[in-house]
Design a protein around this ligand. Sequence first.
Ligand code: ZN
Length: 347
Amino acid sequence: MVMSRCNSLAALSCIRPISSGKSFEGRPIPAYLITDFDRFHLSKVRILVLAGQHGSEPNPVWSAVSLMRKLASGNNRNLLRRCLFVVVPVANPDGFERRSRENAQGLDINRDWKNFRTLEARFVDSLIEKWKPHILIDLHEWTAVDSSNANEIELPWITTPSRRWLVQDFVRPVASQLGISVAQSSESSNLALFHRHYTTRGFTAFLVETRAGVDPAKKRRLYEDLILAVAHRASYSDCITDISPSARGFYISTVRSYLQPPVTESDDGWTGQLLLLIGAVFCILVYAARWSEGDTSPSPERNVLLVMSLIRCNPRKGRTSSYSTIVHLILEYRRHSCVYIDHLSAR
Ligand SMILES: [Zn+2]
C-alpha cells in the first residue's frame, strides 16, 4: 500500500526514485529525490526526511508520503528551486508490515546508529554519505505505551556558536509557531539514536515526536508544516553550511547525474569547446590567486576537471546553461573557497 502510493508519486516530474535499499527480509526501502530538476543549482539546501524507523508508528510514514505529494503539487515550486529533499518514507518496511517497533531481526533501528548491525541503518547511512544533507529530520510519534506524550522536537546539544544560532534562531521560532516544545539532548545521551549519532558527525539533525491519541490528520499536517517551515527558513539562510559542516563534502557529480539530462553528441560543438576553455582559464586564475596567498589546495587539475564535467553535462540546455553553470561555479568558490568533485570517469 505504501509502496504503491510511492510508486504512483514517482511518476511526477519533480520526484525521482533513487536506488532502493533492502530490508532484512528483502523488502525494498524506497528513497526519493524531490526538487526542481530543471534548475541546476550547486547551493541548493539539501534536507533528508526519514520516517518509519519504528514500524509501530504509522503516522510519520503516511505523512512522509503526503509531504511528497504536497511538494510535487506545484504550490511549492519556489521551494523546490532552492531545496532538494531526500525522502525515505518507510525505513523499516518489515516492521511496518508487522506493526512492530523493531525490524525483522528484532533490532530497534533507532538504537543501531553506533554499531550499524541492521541493513536498514546501513542503507540510510549510504544515502547520507552520498547526499550530505544540510538538515536531517527524523519523524516519530509517541504510542500509548510510551511514558512521554507531547509534540516535541529533540535538538542536539550546543557545541558551537553556529549550533546555538540553530537552536535559538532557527528551530525554536518554527517550533513555537506550531506549538511544539523543544527538548535538548546532551552529549551523555545514548548516541546510538539517529539524530544524536549524526550530530556527533557534524550534521544538523533533530527528532520529531507527536502526541498519542491525536487525530491522525492533524498529526500528519503538523509534520508537514514543520518540515516545510524549516525548509523555507533554511533556504533563505546564509549560514546553512555553517550549521552543518559535514554537508560541505558533497560531490557535484552525484547531483549532476540526477539533475542533468544525459549527454548528447551536440555537446561537442565549438561553443562547448570555447566555454570549456573559458572555464579552464578561470580555474587556473583562481588557483594562481590562491597559490600566491600561500594556499595550495585544491589542486588545479581538480578544478579544471570540474569545469569540464559541469559544462559537458549541460548539452541540451546549450550555451545559456553552460554560462549559468560557470556563474554558479564562481558563486560556489566565493561561498566555500573550493568545490568538491568526482573525477570524470565517474560518468
Ligand atoms: Zn519512534
